[in-house]
Write a protein that binds this ligand. Sequence first.
Ligand SMILES: CC(=O)N[C@H]1[C@@H](OP(=O)(O)OP(=O)(O)OC[C@H]2O[C@@H](n3ccc(=O)[nH]c3=O)[C@H](O)[C@@H]2O)O[C@H](CO)[C@@H](O)[C@@H]1O[C@H](C)C(=O)N[C@@H](C)C(=O)N[C@H](CCC(=O)O)C(=O)O
Ligand SMILES: Nc1ncnc2c1ncn2[C@@H]1O[C@H](COP(=O)(O)OP(=O)(O)OP(=O)(O)O)[C@@H](O)[C@H]1O
Ligand SMILES: N[C@H](CCC[C@H](N)C(=O)O)C(=O)O
Ligand SMILES: [Mg+2]
Length: 489
Amino acid sequence: MKLSSLLKDAAVSKIVGDTDRDMKGICYDSRKVKPGYVFVCIVGFETDGHKYIAGAISAGASAIVVQEGAKLPDIPETITLIVAKNTRQVLAQLGASFYKNPQKKLKIIGVTGTNGKTTVTTLIKSILEFEGKTTGLIGTNANMICGRTLPTERTTPESLELFELFHEMVEEGVEYVVMEVSSHSLDLFRVYGIEFSVGAFTNLTQDHLDFHVTMENYLNAKKKLFLQSKCGVVNADDKAGRSILADSVCPMTSYGIDSEADIKASDIRISARGVIFNICYEQKDYTVRLGIPGRFSVYNALTAIGAVVAAGIEIGRAVEALTFAKGVMGRCETVYTNTDFTVIIDYAHTPDGLENIIKTVKEFAEGRVITLFGCGGDRDRTKRPIMGKVAGELSDYCIVTSDNPRTENPAAIIEDIMAGVKETDCEHIVIENRREAIGYALSFAKHGDCVILAGKGHETYQIIGKTKNHFDEREVIAECLAAMKKAEV
Ligand SMILES: CC(=O)N[C@H]1[C@@H](OP(=O)(O)OP(=O)(O)OC[C@H]2O[C@@H](n3ccc(=O)[nH]c3=O)[C@H](O)[C@@H]2O)O[C@H](CO)[C@@H](O)[C@@H]1O[C@H](C)C(=O)N[C@@H](C)C(=O)N[C@H](CCC(=O)O)C(=O)O
Ligand SMILES: Nc1ncnc2c1ncn2[C@@H]1O[C@H](COP(=O)(O)OP(=O)(O)OP(=O)(O)O)[C@@H](O)[C@H]1O
Ligand SMILES: N[C@H](CCC[C@H](N)C(=O)O)C(=O)O
Ligand SMILES: [Mg+2]
C-alpha cells in the first residue's frame, strides 16, 4: 500500500519526504522491522521507541513516525519522516488503513469492567453460536476465530494486532466479534477508531491503581468505551455503572438485581451446580438457568443477555442458549481429584473477585473453606492488604503464597498481603513456593473441605523475574496427589 494512502486518515502534523513509496508493513517494535516497513515510535512506560530509530532503519524501515517534540537521531533524507501529536493514535489509524478497515465489516461487542469480562464474553459467544452466528473472540484466555484458537498475551491486543485479527476474521467470514476491552486498552488507544455495535459494563472495583493511580481515572477510562459504542448495556446495581448511565451519550439498557432496571432479575436460587433466576424484560418474564454458581454469575448472565439483545438476538433464544453454556477455564473450575474434598481453581485476583468466590464456595462447602492465594508483582500494590483481609475474614484457613511475582521480591509481596491477613484472626500459613503451598493445601484438606486456588485461573505459567515457567495448577494438583498416595504406601 502506498504511504500516502496509508496516511490518508491519520492525525499527523508534518511529513518530510516521499509519500509515494510502497509500504510493506507497519511495526512499533524495532526488533520486528522488515525492509519497506513504517516504524512507529511509541513513548512507553519502560522505554522510548525513539531510541530505536537507528536499529529500525538498519533493519530496512523506509518511513518513521515520531512524536512531536521527541529527541531524534540523524535520519537520512531517503527515509520519510512523519511527525504526530500522538503516535499511539497514529498506530491505530495506520493499522486500520493497512488492513482495509476490517472493523467496519464486523459487528463488534465490547465488554469492559473490573471482573467478569472473560466470563461474559464467553457466554455471549455461546449464545451467538447457539443462534448459528459465526464468531470471533478476543480476550484474556485466548483469541478465537470460528472455533480456531490462537494464543494471546494481553486481554486487549495492541491496535495493530487487533486490526490484523479483525482482518483475519473478515477473511474467515466472521459476523460477530466479542471482545474484552481493558481499561489499559482504552487509555492507550488500542481500540481507537473502532465503533462498537454494543458496549457492555460489568462492574468497577479496585484494581490496576499502579496504572490509573485513582479510581476516578480508572472509571474515566472505562467510560471511553461508551463514547465509541452505538448502544450500551450497563449494571445499574454498580455505583460506577450508574455514573455511566447518567453520562450516557448512546442508548442504554440497564440490568440489575437490586435497582430498577430494564432487565431485572429476581427469585434467585444458587446451588453448587449453578444459578436459576427470573428476569423481567419489556413486561415479560423468563427463567434463566446457568451452570456456573455464585451471585456474580447472575450478573454475568444479565450482562450477556443484555448485550446479545442489544445486538438483535431475541431474548427467549438468549435465555435458552444459556442453559447449554459451559463454564470458563479457570473460573470457578472444579478439578477432578478423586478425594473426599473439593478443589476449585479460580482467577480471582482482586479484592472483589476474591470476596465473590469465597462467599460462593461457602454457600456449598460442607467443611472448611481453605483459600490459597498470592498477588501479582509489578501490579497494584494497594490491593494486596485488602485481599489479605478479605481472605482472612471469609475463609476458615488461608495459605498465603506467590502468584506471578514478576520482578518483585516474592517475600515482600507476601508481607504486603499479610498486613491484611493479620487484621483478622484467621488461621494461616505462609508458603512462598506455590507448588509447595498447593501440596500443603491438599494434605491439609479433610472430608468435606473446599480448597480454593485463587489468582491464576487459566494461566499455565508462573512469571518469576522475567522468566515465564510452565506451571499448570491442574498438573501440579495431580502430581501432589500422586506423591501423597505414594507416600501412603
Ligand atoms: C502498561 C502497558 O500496558 N504496557 C504495554 C505497552 O508497553 P509500552 O507502550 O510502555 O512499551 P515499552 O515496553 O515501554 O516500549 C516502548 C516502545 O519501544 C519499542 N521498543 C522496545 C525495545 C526495543 O528494542 N525496540 C523497540 O522498538 C516497544 O515495542 C514500544 O513500542 O505496550 C507493550 C507492547 O504492546 C506491552 O507489552 C506493554 O504491556 C505490559 C507488558 C503489560 O503488562 N501490560 C498489562 C498491564 C496490560 O496491558 N493489561 C491489560 C489489562 C489486563 C486485565 O485487566 O485484563 C491488558 O489489556 O492485558
Ligand atoms: N460479575 C462478577 N463480579 C465480581 N466478580 C466476578 C464476576 N465474574 C467473575 N468474577 C470473579 O472474578 C474472576 C475473574 O473473572 P473473569 O476472568 O471473567 O474477569 P475479567 O474481567 O476478564 O478479569 P481480567 O481483567 O483479569 O481479564 C473470577 O474468577 C471470579 O472470581
Ligand atoms: N489481567 C490481570 C491478571 C492478573 C492475574 C494474576 N495472576 C497476576 O499475575 O497478577 C493483570 O494483568 O493485572
Ligand atoms: Mg479477562
